[in-house]
Ligand binder design. Structure first.
Ligand code: AMP
Length: 249
């Protein structure tokens, strides 16, 4: 059964509807990891607005710098800029058969814009997958996340710290909260700037509750929402997703 329905959902090159999926959930719920798995299984791109914005880091123009400051503070980037970045990405040829949207839409205005953008192309959203996770776990997943300088491997001080040396280092004048310092075999690990600041993480959780969570009710009215328990292992979440996408067709 799953095989049949999966086959019907896989985007075809013969002009069938694209497979546009939204992964929604608080930061740390594992959307990025699952999006990467789905992307390779279904051959459609993983479109993460957070990644797209982070990729602008190397740019020195004032807009790029302003975006980095907004992100570091855990605040949302304005809807017009965000929608424009998404328009550009979804207009690439590799997104013609669908895309896995991760971290987008985050506001009702973005959801509206996306619906109109897809409708213009004769497309529509196929499913909204809600990654359900308690907020304390979400905090620890983000705050504890550290990775190799080249991003080849990531760890978490709370959940996956084997081989990891980590400690909290006090600010010399104790003017700031202690900083997390982590290394593996003498290699210093790095953290995303927006994960390094506990306040910014809480701010992101708050903006999820205030601005993004209401989208769930909106998509529920359209019968698009499917819930996954994001506290499960990566493999179990993946299996749940396959089942949802299969049944979706
Ligand atoms: P993420 O990697 O999804 O947690 O995103 C990191 C940061 O990028 C967020 O805290 C926001 O500052 C910005 N960002 C990512 N996606 C959006 C979005 N859809 N709307 C507004 N800001 C976003």
């Amino acid at each position: 059964m799953a095989g049949n329905s999966l086959a019907r959902l896989i985007p075809s090159k013969r002009g069938k509807m694209g497979l546009y999926l939204i992964l929604i959930g608080v930061q740390g719920a594992g959307k990025g990891e699952q999006a990467r798995i789905l992307s390779s299984e279904y051959g459609i791109p993983h479109v993460s607005t957070g990644d797209l914005f982070r990729a602008m880091k190397t740019r020195a123009d004032p807009l790029a710098q302003q975006l980095q400051a907004t992100m570091a503070a855990g605040k949302l980037i304005d809807d017009v800029t965000t929608n424009e970045v998404v328009r550009e990405r979804l207009s690439q040829p590799d997104a013609a058969g669908g895309a896995i949207l991760d971290g987008y839409p985050r506001t009702p205005a973005q959801a509206e814009w996306l619906a109109a953008f897809l409708a213009e192309r004769g497309e529509r959203l196929r499913a909204v997958i809600l990654f359900e996770l308690d907020l304390f776990t979400a905090f620890k997943r983000a705050f504890g996340r550290v990775s190799m300088p080249d991003d080849t491997k990531s760890y978490n001080i709370y959940y996956n710290s084997e081989g990891l040396n980590w400690t909290f280092e006090d600010h010399p004048e104790q003017a700031y909260p202690p900083r997390l310092v982590a290394s593996v075999n003498g290699v210093a690990l790095k953290r995303r700037p927006d994960d390094a600041n506990a306040h910014a993480i809480i701010k992101r959780i708050d903006s999820f509750l205030e601005q993004t969570a209401p989208l769930i009710a909106h998509y529920q009215q359209h019968g698009l929402v499917h819930v996954v328990d994001a506290a499960q292992s990566i493999a179990d979440v993946s299996a749940s997703l396959r089942q949802i996408i299969g049944v979706q067709a």
